[in-house]
Design a protein around this ligand. Sequence first.
Ligand code: 13P
Length: 257
Amino acid sequence: MNRDLRKTVIAGNWKMNSLPSETGAFADALLPLIPGFEKWCEVVICAPFVMLPSAVLAFGDTGVKVGAQNVSQHAQGAYTGEVSAAQLCDSHTQYVIIGHSERREYYGETDKTVNEKTLAALKTSLIPIVCVGETLEQRENGVTFDLVAMQTKIALKGVSKEELSRIVIAYEPVWAIGTGKTATPEDAGEVCKAIREVISGLYGKASADGVSILYGGSMNDKNARDLLAQPDIDGGLIGGASLKPEAFAVIVNAANQ
Ligand code: 13P
């Protein structure tokens, strides 16, 4: 992390877990464990669409932000089952995860749709958390840096310098998601640094230095401190461990370093 240059973000991705009726109890359990968090990081809970109202209600004005896990690339219209960026904003959602590997793998999202969704989110006040990351096969074939560079460049196509300042990137190696296998802090830090260099090539060093780049993939209460100590890792996108208030609180507090 480098808090002089950019914000630290600890974001939970609940995926398709938990129930709307359980959100209040989660907030009640988490909040007393993270006193003063706003001094060192932004805390975000990315919940399923149907749980956004209960999450907004539960976190109220506590400073914890609420995010969605997907958004349509279209502004409005005949897109049954989809949710627009304007609808998310109007529901007091402040962040949105875009291009998570599970969406790419199971729902046919591509670098092109990730770019379109990023641009759609940026037309509103939403803060996109754009996910990139390699599969095990790609890592073993030595193309990790090429792959994340390509994903990053396409995701940012048409994004202005001003809009870039609102974007968060999440580096999530697919092989580390939900597997208990974490990238070493050094490996994760190196890829995050490479992503920053790609952004620097596109927008200049000053702009790239301002972008928060998160690590995701089996980040938990045991490994968070070491991962967050890397200068180019500016936070975490946390799946499993974000469902447990105690573990998630340890990660939030680990960002206070
Ligand atoms: P896990 O923390 O469960 O590995 O999930 C990571 C992730 O996909 C966050 O978006």
